[in-house]
Design a protein around this ligand. Structure first.
Ligand code: FAD
Length: 406
C-alpha cells in the first residue's frame, strides 16, 4: 500500500509516563465530518499545540492519527524543554549567518516562554516546572568554545553565564573545565502536557479521530482531497502534517536522519544533589548525556545515541545502555545510581543544523509540515504551531522562512 509517511517503530519498552495518570484522551473511532478547514495529521505534542493555535478563529479543525493519541515519540520524550539548541549559536552563526542564527535562538527562547504561559493559562496539570540549565563542557566543546558560545549569545541578546571550573565545582561539585548556566527552561510530563492541549482543543470543538491513517493527498479545485487507509476522502482547505519522525516522504533528504537513543528513570525519591531539582543538565559531548529530576524525585537520564535507525530495537542494548547511562551519571555527580524503574529506547530525529523543518511543503498547495528534529523537539513544536497557524490565518510572521525544508 502506498503511504505518505513511512510507518516505523518509534519506541521500545514503555517510559514512565505510560504509567502516570491523566494522559488518556477520549477519541472518536469514526469520521463524523469529511470536510474541514484544517486537517491536522498526528496527535502528539506537535498536533496538540497546532490545534490549540488555531482555536478561536472560526475554523473547523480535525485531528487524525493512525495510532492512539500520544503513542508516538511524545510518549518517549524526556521533556527537557529548552531554548538551547543542539548546534551551539557560535556554530550556527557560521552555518546560517549571525542575523538568522540569532533570530532562531531568540525564537526558541520566546517559544519556551510562550509554552509556559499557555500551560499556566490553561491550567494544564502536567508537572510543569520552570528550570535553569547547565551545559557542561565535554569532548565536543571545551572551556574556550563555551567562552565563545557565551559571547555569541550575548551578542544575540540572550542571557548566558560562563561558569569556570572553580565555580562549577564549588556550586555543583562537578569536575568539568567549564559550563554555561541559563534560565529559560522547563520540564514536564510530556504525556500529560500533550493530553492537556488535546483535551483543550476537543473542548473547543476539535474532534480527534483514531486510528485513521492518511495515505494520499491530491489537489482538487484549489482544496486538498486526502485519502485514508479505510478508503475515505477528507476534503480540507489546509493540511498540516505533525507526524514527528514519520516524516513526509516528499521532504526526506540527506540533511536529516533517524538515529537511536536511550533513556531511563530511577525510582522516586532517589538520592540526588540538592541543586538538581532546579536544573536540566546536558553536555557538549558526542554521544551526550543529559539528566533532570522529576517532582517525585526520580532522576531521568538519557543519551548514548547511535547513528542507526533501528539499534534501539535491540532488547540486549536496553540494559547495557542504561548501565552506561547510570555509570556516566554516577561518575559525574559522585553518587551511586540505583537500578532503574524504567528503561526505554526510541527513534530520534536529527538534522545537520540541529533545527526542525517547519512550513509550507514545497510543491504541495496549502499543505504544511512540522518536523521537530533534535533535542528541542517540544520547543520546536511550539514554534511550528505559531508559524504555521500564522500562515493559515494569513498573518505575516517575520520568522516564517527560518526553518526551510532543505
Ligand atoms: C527518547 C527521547 C527523548 C526526547 N527528549 C526530548 C527532550 O528532553 N526535550 C524535547 O524538547 N524533545 C525531546 N525529544 C523529542 C520530542 O519528544 C519530539 O520532538 C516530539 O515528541 C515529537 O512530537 P510529534 O507530535 O511531532 O511526533 P509524535 O509524538 O511521534 O506524533 C506524531 C503522530 O503522527 C502520527 N502519524 C504519522 N504519520 C501518520 C499518517 N500518515 N496518518 C495518521 N497519523 C500519522 C503518528 O502515529 C504519531 O502519533 C525526545 C525524543 C525521544 C524519542
Amino acid at each position: 500500500m502506498h503511504t505518505l509517511t513511512r510507518k516505523r517503530d518509534l519506541r521500545k519498552a514503555e517510559p514512565l509516563w505510560a504509567d502516570t495518570p491523566r494522559h488518556a484522551v477520549r477519541t472518536q473511532r469514526r469520521l463524523a465530518t469529511h470536510d474541514v478547514d484544517v486537517l491536522i495529521v498526528g496527535a502528539g505534542i506537535s498536533g496538540a499545540l497546532m490545534a490549540n493555535a488555531l482555536i478561536g478563529h472560526n475554523l473547523s479543525v480535525l485531528i487524525v492519527d493512525r495510532r492512539k493519541p500520544i503513542r508516538g515519540s511524545s510518549m518517549a520524550s524526556t521533556a527537557m524543554i529548552q531554548h538551547e539548541i543542539d548546534v551551539p549559536l557560535h556554530q550556527l552563526n557560521r552555518l546560517r549567518g549571525t542575523a538568522d542564527a540569532a533570530r532562531i535562538w531568540q525564537r526558541s527562547a520566546t517559544a519556551v516562554e510562550h509554552l509556559a504561559s499557555l500551560v499556566t493559562a490553561l491550567q494544564i496539570d502536567c508537572q510543569f516546572q520552570r528550570k535553569n540549565t547547565l551545559y557542561l563542557s565535554g569532548s565536543s566543546f571545551g572551556a574556550r568554545a563555551l567562552q565563545a558560545e557565551v559571547e555569541a549569545r550575548e551578542a544575540a541578546s540572550l542571557t548566558a553565564t560562563l561558569l569556570p571550573r572553580v565555580e562549577l565545582r564549588a556550586r555543583f561539585d562537578i569536575d568539568r573545565t567549564a559550563a554555561i548556566e541559563t534560565t529559560v527552561s522547563a520540564s514536564a510530563n510530556p504525556a500529560q502536557l500533550t493530553a492537556g492541549f488535546l483535551r483543550h482543543a476537543q473542548a473547543n470543538g476539535v474532534p480527534i479521530v483514531e486510528t485513521i491513517e492518511i495515505t494520499d493527498i491530491r489537489e482538487v479545485e484549489g482544496r486538498n482531497a486526502v485519502a485514508t487507509s479505510d478508503g475515505r476522502i477528507i476534503v480540507a482547505t489546509h493540511v498540516v502534517f505533525c507526524t514527528g519522525y514519520e516524516f513526509l516522504d516528499a521532504v526526506a533528504n540527506k540533511n536529516h536522519a533517524i538515529v537511536s537513543t536511550w533513556a531511563m528513570a530511577t525510582r522516586p525519591r532517589h538520592p540526588r544533589p540538592e541543586w538538581l531539582d532546579d536544573y536540566l543538565v546536558w553536555e557538549a559531548a558526542d554521544p551526550y548525556l543529559y539528566f533532570r529530576s522529576t517532582r517525585d524525585g526520580r532522576i531521568i537520564v538519557g543519551g548514548e545515541d547511535e547513528k542507526s535507525e533501528d539499534a534501539f530495537e535491540d532488547p540486549a542494548k536496553l540494559k547495557a545502555k542504561s548501565d552506561t547511562l547510570r555509570q556516566k551519571l554516577s561518575d559525574l555527580i559522585g553518587m551511586k545510581i540505583g537500578e532503574p524503574d524504567y528503561r526505554w529506547a526510541a527513534a530520534f530525529g536529527i538534522t545537520t543544523q540541529g533545527l526542525p523543518m517547519i512550513g509550507h511543503v514545497p510543491g504541495m498547495r496549502n499543505t504544511f509540515a512540522t518536523m521537530g528534529y533534535g533535542g528541542n523537539g517540544i520547543t520546536f513544536s511550539q514554534i511550528a504551531a505559531e508559524l504555521i497557524s500564522s500562515s493559515i490565518l494569513g498573518h505575516a510572521d517575520p520568522d516564517a522562512s527560518l526553518f526551510p525544508f532543505v
